[in-house]
Every structure is written in structure tokens, then in C-alpha cells.
Design a protein around this ligand. Structure first.
Ligand SMILES: NC(=O)c1ccc[n+]([C@@H]2O[C@H](COP(=O)([O-])OP(=O)(O)OC[C@H]3O[C@@H](n4cnc5c(N)ncnc54)[C@H](OP(=O)(O)O)[C@@H]3O)[C@@H](O)[C@H]2O)c1
Length: 242
């Protein structure tokens, strides 16, 4: 199968690509981003990694559903896409709010429309990585990062609505992780206590990547993957590999 990983320079995307390189069900990986994806470091590769499956594709402007022809041809006929492009909470202060809206919501909605229109595959599977505190009902706006959580929930709604109206062609899963940690990004002790107090879960980057790769290759277990689902499925996938 052909998998597109959008936001390919990012923390989660890098692990998704690393696991996909060794997954025999995935025969082609398109790493899509505004910058070229870094070449995977040999020492971090998993057994049987096949680098010849990986192609890096850059797109200057995600603010459209009409991608340039050269990008369209690289994205054509995909079976699935995992969308990781976002402004994360730590970047909110340095990013104008209008940019955050575009990147977190409009780019993803454009992406599902553009990429699904380029494939005959049915189902075409699309994952949008959101966050555990995102709310689909603005009336439930949380106190912490309220507008951001409502924005991410709006994106979830629009993506789910698009799939619902696709006549069964597009299947969507929304992933709602808590704090994601990994070898290159450990959560500090104080932050762990704080997130514990406010009830935000934790997931390892290997677990979220494993759960989402499993979903796009074998079919989604559910429409919404809460943090606990990502930990459970990701843990099962890792155990099966050992
Ligand atoms: N990390 C966490 O703890 C955590 C927790 C909960 C949810 N999440 C969600 O998980 C997803 C992935 O997070 P991550 O930690 O992997 O984020 P990340 O490392 O910051 O990666 C974000 C990706 O988005 C791209 N991007 C940002 N602004 C862009 C723009 N204007 N145009 C095109 N691409 C742009 C970045 O590209 P450049 O490299 O070119 O900037 C990068 O590839 C996000 O939806 C995030 O909200 C993360």
C-alpha cells in the first residue's frame, strides 16, 4: 500500500516513517512537507527497513485544494494518509492566531479533499492527529488553551463530515493523544505532575505511531482513538514485533 505522511519533518511523523519503512504491508511512503523530510539515520532504523520505499515531496503552499501538478502526481493513488501538520501549543505564542487556524484546521481539510480526489482506492484512509483536550462542541471550551481546543475540534468535525459525505470512499480516524514522549523528547518531572493533575494522559511516540500504522494498514478499530486506545494498541503492536 501507498502511505502519505504529511508533516514529515515532525516528531511524530519521523517515527511513523521509521516504523513504516520496516512494515511489509507498506510498499511506498510519500513524506510530504514544506521542507524535505530528513534522511532517516541508519542507526535508528528498525530491522528490514527499506529506504527505497521512501520519497520526500515538498509543497510550498498548503492553503489550497489545488496542489501543483508535480505534487499531485506524487500523491496520486494513495491508500492512506496520516496528517501530522499542526501548530503545537508550545508554538502558539510565536504564531499569529490566523496562521494557527489555517495550519491546524484549513490545511488538514484541504489535504483530505485534495489527496482523496487523487485516488481511486476505496477505502482511502485518513488520520488526523488532534489532541486529547480538543472539543467538538464549542460550548465545552476548556479553561486551558480554550480557543485552541475548540479550533482543533472544528477541524475534527470538518474532517469527519467530509468522510461522512464521501459515500464510503473515505474512512477517517481522529487520534487524540495526550502528551507524547520519546527518546528525543522526554517530558520533565514537573510537567508530568502538572499534566497528571489536570488529567492529560501520556503516550510514547512509538505507541502512537504503531497504533496509527496498524490502523491505516489493517483498518481502523474505531473513529476516535483516545490516548488510552493509542497506548493499548501501540503496546500490542510492539509486543507482537518482539
Ligand atoms: N508532541 C506532543 O506532545 C503532542 C501532543 C498531543 C498532540 N500532538 C499532535 O500531534 C501532531 C504532531 O505533533 P508533533 O509533535 O509531531 O509536531 P511537530 O514536531 O511540531 O511537527 C509539526 C509538523 O507540522 C509542520 N508545519 C508546521 N507549520 C507548518 C506550515 N505553516 N506549513 C506546513 N507545515 C507546517 C512542521 O513542518 P516544519 O518542520 O517545516 O515546521 C512539522 O512537519 C500535531 O497535530 C500535534 O498537535 C502532539
Amino acid at each position: 500500500m501507498k502511505l502519505i505522511v504529511a508533516g514529515s519533518t515532525g516528531f511524530v511523523a519521523t517515527e511513523i516513517i521509521r516504523q513504516s519503512l520496516s512494515n511489509p504491508s507498506i510498499t511506498s511512503i510519500v513524506a510530504l512537507g514544506r521542507k524535505p523530510a530528513p534522511t532517516p539515520v541508519a542507526s535508528t532504523l528498525l530491522p528490514n527497513a527499506d529506504l527505497s520505499k521512501l520519497k520526500s515531496v515538498t509543497l510550498d503552499n498548503f492553503d489550497t485544494t489545488d496542489y501543483p501538478d508535480n505534487v499531485k502526481s506524487e500523491l496520486a493513488n494513495a491508500d492512506a494518509c496520516i496528517w501530522t501538520i499542526a501548530i503545537t501549543p508550545s508554538q502558539l505564542k510565536s504564531t499569529p492566531w490566523e496562521t494557527t487556524v489555517k495550519v491546524c484546521r484549513d490545511y488538514a481539510v484541504n489535504g483530505i479533499k485534495a489527496i482523496s480526489s487523487l485516488t481511486e482506492k476505496k477505502p482511502f484512509r485518513f488520520v488526523y492527529i488532534s489532541g486529547s483536550n480538543a472539543v467538538r462542541d464549542p460550548a465545552k471550551k476548556p479553561l486551558l488553551l480554550g480557543d485552541y481546543c475548540v479550533l482543533r475540534g472544528e477541524a475534527e468535525n470538518q474532517i469527519l463530515e467530509f468522510a461522512k459525505n464521501s459515500g464510503g470512499k473515505v474512512e477517517v480516524a481522529i487520534a487524540k493523544p495526550g502528551i507524547i514522549s520519546g527518546p528525543t523528547k522526554e517530558t520533565g518531572a514537573l510537567a508530568k505532575v502538572f499534566f497528571g493533575i489536570i488529567g492529560i494522559g501520556k503516550v510514547r511516540v512509538g505507541q502512537i505511531a504503531g497504533a496509527l500504522v496498524e490502523g491505516v494498514t489493517k483498518g481502523f478499530e474505531k473513529e476516535t482513538y483516545e490516548n488510552a486506545d493509542l497506548v493499548r494498541i501501540g503496546g500490542k503492536v510492539a509486543a507482537a514485533k518482539e
